[in-house]
Design a protein around this ligand. Structure first.
Ligand code: IPE
Ligand code: IPE
Ligand code: MG
Length: 241
């Protein structure tokens, strides 16, 4: 069980999750196309991965594309998929050199075939790395994740392998896409929105939040350090006193 003493002053989060928001607004403020904002956002990703590596963060989960984002114009969606494909291909050598293991959560099979292929290649190539696990949330919906878990559990009950009375929070956690990761200690959301937008609803139950007006393409290592310093001053109580 997690206790307040698990966050001594100045400690570094084991797991940081980020809602990378504001690419479109960044582009608009510069009179550019939305896709230029996403391109610049990829630089912020590179910087944050480096920052997390240097800090000794073990897990970095990035909300890169939500299930709801499929509703956007086709040109933006396809531009984002192409960008993701370029990113995992071009950054692979560097990620590997830094000891970063790439993983993904969400309905990955929704992505275009070539994007899936590039992603699978990055995941396989970096599978043995153990410095930082970079989890990309793609075609991800927290509600769908919970529903998927419940379906899996229901099938086990139906098959007579599981007694309903054995279902508890721990068991549900073990059926989520995130089963191999600890819950995030720190959630960062850029561009100032005060909402979760269907991201890790279950896993963020006791996570500390850092919400900044900075737009994602402008988010750099310095502000990541600021967020971590801020986290180091929080007193986490987990319902205790
Ligand atoms: C975040 O930036 C990137 C994705 C959701 C893929 P947005 O594209 O949501 O940028 P804003 O919120 O419109 O500024
Ligand atoms: C959340 O941002 C999804 C990602 C960052 C991938 P959105 O821009 O989609 O969220 P809303 O629409 O502002 O809630
Ligand atoms: Mg947005």
């Amino acid at each position: 069980m997690t206790t307040p003493s698990s966050n001594p002053p100045g400690s570094v989060p084991r797991h940081i999750a980020i809602i990378m928001d504001g690419n479109g607004r960044w582009a608009r403020s510069k009179g550019l196309e939305r896709l230029s904002g996403h391109e610049r956002g990829a630089e912020a990703v590179r910087d944050c991965v480096k920052g997390c590596r240097e800090l000794g963060v073990e897990y970095l989960t990035l909300y890169a594309f939500s299930t709801e984002n499929w509703q956007r114009p086709k040109s933006e969606v396809m531009g984002l998929m192409a960008l993701l494909e370029r990113f995992v291909t071009k950054e692979l050598a560097e990620l590997n050199a830094q000891g970063v293991r790439v993983e993904a959560i969400g309905h990955i099979t929704d992505l275009p075939e070539s994007t899936q292929k590039a992603l699978r290649h990055a995941i396989e190539t970096t599978a043995q790395n153990n410095k930082l696990t970079l989890v990309l949330a793609l075609s991800y919906s927290s509600r769908v994740e919970i529903v998927d878990a419940i379906q899996e559990i229901a099938r086990e009950v139906q098959a007579g392998k599981l007694d309903p009375s054995a279902i508890d929070a721990e068991l549900l956690s073990r059926h989520l896409y995130t089963r191999a990761y600890p819950d995030p200690d720190l959630l960062i959301r850029t561009s100032g929105e005060m909402r979760l937008s269907n991201f890790l609803l279950w896993q963020l139950s006791y996570t500390e939040f850092y919400i900044t007006p900075t737009l994602w393409p402008d988010f750099r290592k310095e502000e990541l350090l600021q967020a971590v310093r801020d986290f180091g001053k929080r007193q986490r109580r987990f319902g205790g006193i």
